[in-house]
Ligand binder design. Structure first.
Ligand code: SAH
Length: 320
């Protein structure tokens, strides 16, 4: 009897302590759940993206889960301000690329080396071109079997007997066009979409046409996934250009033809520049630069001997 009393009181103390600990745990649980998630979201909104060249100060960043605009719809979704929307000097809405894709942070050292050794060393100095070449993840534009060689100094196969051009040629052609952030570009021969992406890093809009439907489809998907909201693709014969969006400040052809398609010359803006491989599809070819002056006079000059895949479709038909 005498021993029973202290035993009961000890039990009471244990129960009391247990209840206190339980209460403490419940209080901590509620504290975490009411403040945690909000804090995380606010911080995410402020994270700076290091992979965005040509970015404007004070620009709003994309919400992580915001859907991207369809590449073939150059219009801006109403009621949903796009992530990197900004004003251009002409007061037009401009959609810049969004580089949320992890590929941009992959293989940056190889890309930097490619630019130093293959491009800058060969006299290309325009900082916009160099920055674009450092930014676009070329390895994502080639097949898995070619990915190891993606930053080598040569063209690579992309399927359907087509190739992605040597990095230096891509940089050279972009450089010759003297693109600005207000340029509207037309490309004939989307292929993998790499050249279009490089132009889209500098220009306002890039319209690109590919005659092989499968290539057009995969390039469209790739460009969308990588965040190129200013590239618009079309599966069609580029011979006829894209009259609905003409005139263009710059036109780039990446397949060789023995004559320059007349519609492309017409769709070049006065003051505009066009570069394309010209010559026999299996023989001598030159990159030719066409410039159209303010009065519409066109000047043509050879700038470099090259070797490109042939342009197919209308251009190969005998002239009437
Ligand atoms: N610029 C591409 C490489 C182009 S290879 C890149 O960066 O990957 C040339 C491309 O031109 C091929 O994909 C070929 O199918 C396409 N082509 C050939 N004739 C064409 C035409 N008439 N219209 C549009 N594309 C054409």
């Amino acid at each position: 009897m005498i021993e029973e009393y202290p035993e009961t009181s000890r039990k009471r103390i244990f129960v009391l302590l247990f209840l206190l600990i339980l209460l403490g745990l419940v209080a901590i649980y509620f504290a975490i759940n009411t403040t945690g998630p909000n804090t995380v979201v606010a911080e995410q909104g402020n994270i700076a993206d290091p992979n965005q060249p040509l970015s404007e100060p004070n620009q709003t960043k994309a919400e992580p889960n915001q859907p991207q605009t369809e590449p073939n719809q150059p219009t801006i979704e109403p009621n949903q301000p796009p992530a990197r929307e900004m004003e251009d000097p002409n007061d037009k809405k401009v959609l810049r690329p969004v580089h949320k894709h992890p590929a941009y942070t992959e293989r940056t050292v190889e890309r930097a080396r490619m630019v130093d050794w293959q491009i800058e060393a060969r006299t290309i100095k325009d900082p916009n071109v160099l920055s674009a070449m450092r930014t676009v993840p070329r390895h994502v534009f080639v097949r898995l079997t070619e990915q190891r060689s993606a930053y080598n100094d040569n063209p690579l196969p992309i399927g359907y007997e087509q190739t992605i051009s040597q990095p230096y040629i891509v940089a050279f052609m972009t450089d010759v066009l003297k693109l600005t952030r207000n340029s509207k570009v037309l490309e004939i021969g989307t292929g993998s979409g790499y050249q279009a992406a490089v132009c889209a890093e500098i220009a306002q809009q890039v319209y690109t046409i590919e005659i092989v439907e499968e290539l057009a489809k995969s390039a469209k998907e790739r460009l969308k996934e990588l965040g190129y909201r200013n590239v618009f693709t079309k599966a069609s014969d580029g011979y006829f250009g894209w009259p609905e969006h003409a005139p263009f400040d710059a036109i780039i052809g990446t397949a060789a033809a023995g004559r320059i398609p007349e519609p492309l010359i017409e769709q070049l803006k006065p003051g505009g520049r066009m570069i394309l491989p010209y010559g026999s599809p299996r023989g001598f070819q030159y990159l030719v630069l066409l410039t159209k002056d303010k009065d519409g006079n066109v000047r043509k000059r050879n700038v470099m001997p090259v070797r490109f895949v042939p342009m197919t479709g209308e251009v190969q038909k005998p002239r009437q």
